[in-house]
Design a protein around this ligand. Structure first.
Ligand code: AMP
Length: 282
């Protein structure tokens, strides 16, 4: 596996590669886990050459402490990428991605980035779109892999691709979970024993939502989940939303859309966790 930090070196390496027309790309922020590996394995299966980037992107953090505390395990990540047979690990510096004089990009995602994560983390999706645009321009992949764990991010990336990168195929990948149901996340490393024990309740409750959705109204479900979280002393609900799985517009009635998604953000202590589940009612 090649480990490359320089944009120039990566560009030259890929431009001269005989398989440059079949590049699979997996962007990550490192502290890699089985969820990330499921994306990389899919890329390895579908492309002649697979590139995984590891870059904790400062422009997508609206909270400085969150950025500072984000887990960093570069040495271990590279070792694991080598073990699973990834072809290239791209590990750029902040200056490589955002060189001096770089003009910040501004995106328009309509209503997609006005709700849920977009509302809770102002500027977050603009930062995500900016780094993904830079990486797409540098790597020029044929396919790029994104997890459904970050459901709204996936919708944003699909919109970005339609607007700016029509030739790139976005491959959605299902959420990889721990045995107890907790969605794998680099942030799980930040949970102490008490919160790690509490965190699986997030998915258990999403499953209960899915189950109840068949005979409960949208507004009753919202109230039900809010009341459950109010009783907790370890998990704190930031938002729970039921929305159109396509446009992410808020659902009022099950008849509003053919497919709904329930999305949630919860604080387990100081660690913010997100998860979601698809609800097929009709
Ligand atoms: P991150 O390093 O958290 O930015 O994630 C990089 C990519 O991996 C994103 O497309 C995520 O949606 C995806 N990802 C993260 N966790 C999981 C998971 N548990 N299952 C599937 N994909 C995931």
């Amino acid at each position: 596996m090649k480990v490359i930090s320089s944009v120039y070196q990566l560009t030259v390496f890929l431009a001269n590669h005989p398989n440059r027309g079949s590049i699979g790309f997996v962007p990550t922020m490192g502290a890699l886990h089985e969820g990330h590996f499921s994306l990389i394995k899919k890329s390895l299966n579908q492309n002649a050459i697979s590139v995984c980037s590891i870059f904790v992107n400062p422009t997508q953090f609206n909270n400085k402490t969150d950025f500072k505390n984000y887990p960093n395990r570069l040495y271990k990540d590279i070792k694991m990428l080598r073990e699973i047979g990834c072809d290239v690990a791209f590990t750029p510096s902040k200056e490589a991605i955002y060189p001096k004089g770089f003009t910040p990009m501004v995106f328009d995602f309509g209503s997609l980035d006005k709700v849920m994560e977009g509302e809770s983390r102002p500027g977050h999706f603009n930062g995500v779109a900016m780094v993904v645009s830079r990486l797409f321009e540098i790597i020029k992949p044929k396919r790029a892999y994104f997890g459904e764990k970050d459901f709204q991010q996936l919708a944003i990336i699909k919109s970005l691709t339609t607007q700016k990168f029509k030739g790139i195929q976005i491959v959605p990948c299902s959420t990889f979970r721990e045995k107890d149901g907790l969605a794998m996340s680099s942030r799980n490393l930040l949970l102490d024993e008490r919160y790690r024990k509490a965190a699986p309740r997030i998915y258990q409750r999403l499953l209960a939502i899915k189950d109840r959705a068949k005979n409960t109204s949208v507004s009753e479900l919202r109230t039900w989940i809010e009341n459950i979280y109010k009783k907790d002393d370890d998990l704190v609900l930031e938002y729970f939303e039921i929305a159109d799985a396509k446009s992410l517009k808020k659902s009022d009635l099950w008849s509003d859309f053919p497919k709904h998604v329930a999305c949630i953000a919860v604080f387990a202590g100081t660690t913010r966790l997100i998860d979601n589940i698809l609800l097929e009612i009709n």
